[in-house]
Ligand binder design. Structure first.
Ligand code: IZC
Ligand code: ZN
Length: 439
């Protein structure tokens, strides 16, 4: 027997038909709407079988020999349906907390200054190395539940708080287990080049020593373990420069891990140009990208080898900076833009991608449709899941959110409100709340 689920009574459906978008097209989430709330979406064996006016969806079901009046149904209550959100940048797994840094920054300390003084990432590394797999797993479950309850059905998850082989492998192991357990699907990234570990600091060749450890010892074992899909690096002035970052990413690629990078977060560090050169899946942050960097990403997009610009405005907010990534210039230059939480204990302790949708509108000046595209089709592309995730097209994996608002335009409006009504992952209901539709 086929497993069927029909979502009914939707007023709008953002289908994202066609997938990844850039330029003016980023502003079109392919929304269908009906004022009498008679849109439906049918799921068969975990894949989308039909979407549109209920009478058309029912005709498809009947054509499959299924009685449309006698199938399990989920009430969208006059709300909006979108693809499950994809969070393309999280540091989900860590030990300890970093609330002290908030007050240090209030008194004027800079992010890189705190790191150079042995705090920041390095303090999280100390606590993560001490955490057992069981503790990291419990922590991961706790925060994944929160991501899911805000509409995220797939999330990228980075290592980078071990920096040594044992802890990096342990975090990947835990990420693999959390992914198998579900319901949130995880895309693991190896980020051994997040910082130079404390034990090497002070040596004249500390950076090169850590890069050698990554390239000679860690990457082969990470590849052999077979869990990581991407290799990432923190390309930033005073952390890893573009040449050092290139070394790591090329070595990762030689081991089958596709490149992505933290680029131009705080200073222009030539990260965007490096991402374009390596045809990375994604260049992330970009709050300090130069005009040349934007042009490099624009040319890559024009050449059909687009690097997704993954913007993380919650980080800029939390760092109390007013220097947000130039989303409008990137969109105008034809670069596909995605958004993510950057969930981590130091610079963006928010698991809430719905809040980031609001920040994309308020601070990056993206339209609600551009922001939704950024958190679905384009973020799916940023984690190499284009073709299966991020749209509500026939045959795609049935990851769907029913929102308690009637339109895409209302989604970023209710700032900080919890607007998820139901979440469906691979055709199964994983969140279901009787929450009235706003507006
Ligand atoms: O723990 O500070 N930027 N990595 C690069 C981070 C922020 C996370 C952290
Ligand atoms: Zn990050």
């Amino acid at each position: 027997m086929a497993e069927v689920l029909v979502l009914r009574n939707a007023r709008a459906v953002a289908t994202l038909a066609g997938g990844t978008r850039r330029g003016a097209a980023q502003g079109d989430a392919a929304v269908i709407s009906r004022d009498d709330a008679t849109l439906a979406l049918a799921i068969l064996d975990g894949r989308i079988a039909a979407v549109g006016p209920a009478e058309e969806v029912d005709r498809v079901l009947a054509g499959l020999g299924l009685d449309p009046t006698d199938q399990p149904a989920l009430d969208a209550a006059g709300g909006l349906l979108t693809p499950g959100l994809v969070d393309p940048h999280t540091h989900l797994l860590f030990g300890g907390t970093r609330e002290r840094e908030l007050m240090l920054r209030q008194r004027g300390a800079g992010y890189l200054e705190i790191l150079a003084a042995g705090g920041g990432i390095l303090s999280t590394v100390d606590h993560t190395r001490e955490a057992s797999a069981g503790q990291l797993h419990a922590h991961g479950r706790r925060w994944l539940a929160e991501m899911l309850s805000h509409g995220v059905t797939t999330a990228e998850v980075k290592t980078g708080y071990g920096l040594d082989l044992d802890t990096e492998l342990r975090c990947l192991e835990v990420a693999g287990r959390l992914d198998r357990e579900g319901p949130v699907e995880l895309v693991p990234t190896y980020l051994g080049a997040h910082a130079v570990p404390r034990e090497l600091r002070g040596r004249p060749d500390a950076v090169d020593d850590h890069l050698d450890d990554i390239i000679v010892n860690q990457l082969p074992r990470v590849a052999e373990q077979g869990i990581a899909r991407f290799c990432d690096v923190f390309c930033e002035l005073g952390v890893f420069d573009a040449d050092q970052s290139r070394r790591v990413l090329l070595a990762g690629r030689a081991h089958g891990l596709a490149p992505r990078l933290h680029a131009d977060e705080i200073h222009d560090s030539l990260g965007a140009a490096l991402a374009a050169e390596l045809r990375a899946a994604s260049a992330d942050h970009l709050a300090a990208i130069s005009a040349d960097g934007i042009e490099a990403l624009g040319r890559a997009a024009d050449a059909g080898t687009a690097v997704v610009a993954t913007l993380l405005p919650a980080t800029t907010l939390y760092l109390m900076s007013s220097h947000y990534a130039p989303a409008r210039a990137l969109i105008e230059r034809g670069v596909p833009v995605a958004i993510g939480t950057d969930f981590n204990p130091g610079t963006s302790p928010t698991p809430n991608l719905q809040l980031v949708l609001s920040l994309a509108c308020l601070q990056l000046k993206m339209t609600p449709q551009e922001a939704l595209v950024a958190a679905t089709a384009n973020s799916a592309r940023a984690v190499d899941l284009e073709g299966t995730h991020g749209t509500l097209e026939i045959g795609r994996q049935a990851d769907v959110v029913a929102w308690a608002v009637p339109s895409v335009e209302q989604l970023p409006t209710w700032l900080g409100a919890d607007l998820v009504r139901s979440v469906v992952k691979r055709g199964r209901i994983v969140v279901d709340r009787a929450r009235a539709t706003a507006g």
